[in-house]
Design a protein around this ligand. Structure first.
Ligand SMILES: [Zn+2]
Length: 295
């Protein structure tokens, strides 16, 4: 084991099996995001404590105590993973604490079981530095923007669904590296499956205008996306990905969903972005599918 892996193992007291998992995942992340992200990925691994739920443990309490932030971190029992970095501001300095909390065990011999860990780490790779403005701390994870108070409590977040779509795209690509292209998200009961499909279509759509468009080149991909669609366009797409998650959730709970409506909306959105002036006047809400509240 290299010095890096020895210090990682010692810092968090990870088991030998878990170190094998981490080495495989780290290699795949570097392969996907590129060699220029090696330093960033290694230092991120040293910053984040990865914890697998013990059977007797109260998940919310564990996370709250670890961070020193008492919130309802896991509002649904269907969440398999949770990743957060909380910033704290005192005497002019921002400190932070990071955790990935996994509710399902990872089997070192079953690479498919790595997917939630991979998903959460992909969020972390795209984290931008925190800064203070007025009496709040601002940060970001990929396309998502977050606002915290000085004690690390979340006040608001924006573009979460769009970030989940983009991050699931990364998850699938990294899992394909790990499984030799045998990863099948559709068999996983994921609430992000529709989001992933439409996000892949969006990437193909953007390649029509720029053949070199690579979403996985993190900073460049995201700023390119925002400059192409404007921040308003990003919000509209986020709204669309909200719908995808809602539809997916309904489908996973045995409800019949009409996916053609999503295709129609997606078509209108992408065509409108192509003629930029249109989407400023266009009322997207009339084309959106109206949902009743989830029961
Ligand atoms: Zn996620």
């Amino acid at each position: 084991m290299s010095d890096f892996y020895i210090s990682l193992k010692n810092k968090y007291n990870y088991s030998d099996d878990f170190m094998i998992v981490l080495q495989r995942v780290i290699d795949a992340l570097i392969k996907y995001y590129g060699e220029s992200f090696r330093k960033r990925i290694l230092s991120m691994m040293l910053d984040v404590n990865i914890h697998v739920k013990e059977s007797f443990e109260d998940s919310n309490l564990y996370i709250s105590e670890f961070l020193g932030v008492y919130e309802n971190h896991l509002p649904y029992d269907t969440i398999f993973g949770y990743a957060t970095t909380r910033p704290f501001y005192k005497n002019g300095v921002i400190n932070s604490k990071s955790i990935i909390y996994l509710t399902e065990k990872i089997d070192v011999d079953d690479v498919m079981s790595y997917s939630v860990l991979v998903h959460e780490l992909c969020h972390f790779v795209k984290q931008t530095p925190f800064y203070v403005s007025r009496d709040k701390i601002y940060g970001g994870t990929g396309l998502q923007t977050e606002v915290y108070n000085f004690d690390g409590c979340l006040i608001e977040k924006f573009n979460t669904s769009f970030e989940e779509a983009s991050n699931t795209f990364d998850e699938v690509n990294v899992m394909n590296i790990l499984t030799d292209f045998k990863y099948d998200l559709s068999s996983k009961n994921s609430n992000y499956y529709f989001s992933y499909e439409f996000f892949s279509d969006l990437v193909d759509y953007m390649r029509k205008f720029d053949q070199n468009f690579q979403f996985n080149i993190i900073d460049k991909g995201i700023s390119y996306l925002i400059s192409t669609f404007s921040s308003y366009g990003v919000q509209v797409l986020n709204y669309f990905f909200d719908m995808c998650i809602e539809m997916n959730y309904r489908m996973n709970n045995g409800k019949v969903v009409d996916k053609n409506k999503l295709y129609e909306t997606f078509y209108v959105l992408t065509e409108s972005f192509n003629r930029k002036n249109l989407y400023e006047k266009y009322d997207f809400s009339c084309n959106m599918i109206k949902f009743e509240k989830i029961d």
